[in-house]
Write a protein of this length. Structure first.
Length: 316
């Protein structure tokens, strides 16, 4: 590497490190009123990003591209979506305004970059990538630059989520021989196993108070949504159903969890109370709707729709 390239890498890394120091601000949190739900769907022939109201109304396409656009996640201020797309030939991380403009490519690497997650202050994106030869967790400034690698495991370290106060990252890892949910600090230190179970525990999602995690697990034979204390212990299945449930997303007010389920034959978006009660089916079509994420509602921000309804009821 040339000296100029080394200086650029050092400068970009310094930007990420400086942002890490700011991420732990107590004001950097996701709790609030519920806005729109973002999700991905292949109803138009390839995966695109959509939004809808909390009751499943006003489904709106947000991308229209021949490539695959997946895993939409809302910025903390509810004005932008980060997502992964292979529109340049391999999967990279992108950010765009809610209206679809202001598209910016955040990562640009011949490897695959997946599963973006915002820091609570909106300055950083965590993601996982196989650029080192196996999947690890990285962090990068939203403005772009050189990512910092946070995990160094010979096994797969994948789907990641910032805690609402920015002091911890939850991620899934197969380093124990099966997938478990781990926590670490945003600099990669203090990594510990939270779920500790021989089944596959995947896709962690934080409650807005930072006290609990929702995740996907097949420990009862099929994939279901489980809850556990962020300290570990007290795991509970909140969707005991013979179908598969996955991709839990806690609502900003902490009352609801959105998720994807194939209980009607294909994957659709559902919501329920955080205790598993009052199930509502939000999408209904013959294709795959999955990976929901909930927008934090703020008055005066375009694209927001406050949560007034509970959706169309569905039988459990």
């Amino acid at each position: 590497m040339s000296s100029s390239a080394t200086r650029r890498l050092a400068a970009a890394s310094a930007t990420v490190v400086a942002s890490l120091a700011l991420t732990a601000s107590p004001q950097a949190a996701f709790p609030g009123a519920n806005g729109l739900l973002a999700f991905n769907s292949d109803r138009d022939g390839d995966f695109e990003l959509f939004t809808m109201g909390a009751d499943g109304s006003q489904e709106t396409p947000r991308t229209s591209h021949p490539a695959s656009d997946r895993k939409p996640v809302w910025s903390p201020d509810g004005t932008r979506l980060a997502f992964m797309s292979n529109r340049d030939g391999d999967f990279d991380i992108y950010v765009m305004d809610i209206a679809g403009g202001g598209l910016a490519q955040v990562t640009n690497d011949p490897a695959s970059d997946f599963n973006p997650a915002w820091s609570p202050d909106g300055r950083l994106l965590a993601f996982n990538s196989d650029r080192s030869g196996d999947f690890e967790v990285y962090i990068v400034a939203v403005a772009g630059g050189a990512p910092l690698r946070l995990t160094h495991s010979p096994e797969v370290d994948s789907v990641v989520a910032f805690s609402p106060d920015g002091r911890r990252l939850a991620f899934e890892s197969s380093r124990t021989g099966n997938a478990d949910v781990f926590l670490m600090r945003p600099d990669g230190s203090d990594q510990r196993n939270v779920t500790r179970h021989p089944a596959a525990d995947l896709n962690p999602s934080w409650s807005p108070d930072g006290q609990r995690l929702a995740f996907t697990s097949d420990r009862d034979g099929t994939q279901d949504i489980w809850r556990i204390s962020a300290r570990g212990g007290g795991a509970r299945n909140v969707t005991p159903h013979p179908a598969d449930e996955r991709n839990a997303a806690w609502s900003p007010d902490g009352r609801l969890i959105a998720f994807a389920s194939n209980r009607d034959g294909d994957f659709e978006i559902f919501s329920m109370r955080a205790n598993g009660k009052q199930l509502a089916q939000l999408t209904r079509n013959s294709t795959t709707d999955s990976i929901p994420d909930w927008q934090r509602f703020r008055r005066g921000v375009s694209g927001h729709a406050p949560d007034r309804a509970r959706g169309r009821s569905a039988r459990r």
